[in-house]
Design a protein around this ligand. Structure first.
Ligand SMILES: C[S@@+](CC[C@H](N)C(=O)[O-])C[C@H]1O[C@@H](n2cnc3c(N)ncnc32)[C@H](O)[C@@H]1O
Length: 361
């Protein structure tokens, strides 16, 4: 089992961080604190530039003068130094007394081959196409509708298919986020109670591999559209679980394989407005055995309170792109009940996602 801190320890640390962050903001005059927040987009662009240029890789072997790094990565030395100066003020990179620049633990996580890399996420967050998409945000706030389909003339998923280069950037960024979730989910929830787990639209099978490695007697089914060609077979083989997995082509809006003991849907329901989210859950209900489990792995937003939560950020992105949303526990209880399930419990994990466990009634 991977070494993951208990969720209650993580929550306590998060509360402390939130309190300190609030105090730091309250120590500044309110207009200044606001200015810092509003200018955060410049930090995003600085991270994008160093991630795209692979500056962290150039510093991996040790501190170096900026001129050397700039020559290697193809940047202007003066401009790159200004970028590093801003990022170092946020704890990403460190300027040394002797004028050289060094990695900090945060800067190290910008390396593509760091075990918990956030490089592709930083590339996505600063990518020109991503910024164009956010042009429509005010429209989304005014109308409550996703603005991306209006701007692109296609839904987000079709748009990614039509623009495979940007689609790959998006999937890469999402992959960085997803990779932080598998170990905490399998540490928090006991999947060994099930004979067969179906990961519905589980992409390349990262979560399913983690589940099966935590439950040696459990079998898996991985569905996704064109799953045979998406690299899942090779990935599951490399994870040593391929002999326990059946691959099944499966679209969200089509019937899914019947008879599994648990149906896992990670970051699926949040992508869709109420009507389609319900349609997906009703498809699960039609396939699940009596007493079978529905397990939604999602960021469950607190019912109330002013604390920071990753779900509160991602929720706005969903509003903009697809008209989906991050939901609270009571919103999930209501949604799953309409599809013929009863919400049993919400299991917190050490990551921002929880496991919403519901049983077919
Ligand atoms: C947001 S991703 C989530 C993937 C995976 N569960 C995870 O957490 O990394 C949505 C998945 O749904 C699949 N999918 C199936 N049918 C779809 C449809 N009609 N529209 C969009 N995505 C669909 C995509 O291929 C993709 O793997």
């Amino acid at each position: 089992m991977p070494a993951v801190p208990p969720p209650e320890v993580v929550r306590a640390a998060e509360r402390t961080r939130a309190d300190l962050q609030k105090q730091v903001r309250e120590l500044a005059p309110p207009p200044f604190a606001l200015l810092e927040l509003a200018m955060g987009s410049m930090v995003t662009q600085a991270l994008y530039a160093v991630a795209e240029l692979r500056v962290a890789e150039a510093l991996q072997a040790g501190p170096r003068p900026v001129a050397e790094v700039a020559a290697e990565v193809g940047a202007d030395a003066g401009a790159l130094e200004r970028v590093l100066r801003l990022l170092a003020s946020q704890g990403v990179f460190e300027g040394r007394e002797d004028g050289r620049w060094a990695l900090t633990p945060m800067a190290d996580a910008l390396r593509a081959d760091h075990p918990a890399t956030m490089r592709d996420l930083c590339v996505l967050m600063g990518h020109p196409t991503h910024w164009e998409d956010w042009d429509g945000f005010l429209d989304s706030v005014r109308t409550g509708e996703p603005s991306l389909p209006k701007r692109r003339g296609a839904g987000a998923f079709e748009y990614f298919m039509q623009n495979p280069e940007y689609g790959a950037v998006f999937i890469g960024g999402m992959g960085n986020m997803s990779a932080t979730e598998t170990d905490p989910v399998v540490a928090a929830y006991d999947f060994s109670q099930f004979g067969t787990v179906l990961d519905f639209c589980g992409a390349n099978g990262a979560l399913l591999a983690g589940i099966l490695n935590s439950a040696p007697d459990t079998k898996g089914i991985l569905s996704d559209p064109r799953v045979a060609g998406n690299g899942a077979a090779e990935f599951l083989e490399a994870q040593g679980v391929a002999d326990r997995v059946t691959l099944a082509d499966g679209d969200l809006f089509e019937p899914m394989p019947a008879g599994a003991d648990a149906y896992v849907l990670k970051h699926i329901v949040h992508d869709w407005p109420e009507e389609q989210a319900l349609q997906i859950l009703r498809n699960v209900r039609a396939a699940v055995k009596p007493g079978g489990k529905l397990l939604l792995v999602e960021m469950v937003v607190p019912e109330k309170g002013n604390e920071p939560h990753s779900g509160k950020l991602v929720d706005l992105w969903l509003l903009l792109l697809v008209g989906g949303r991050e939901r609270t526990r009571s919103q999930y209880a209501e949604l799953v009940a309409k599809a013929g399930f009863r919400l049993e419990r919400v299991v917190e994990t050490a990551a921002a996602v929880s496991v919403v466990e519901a049983v077919a009634v």
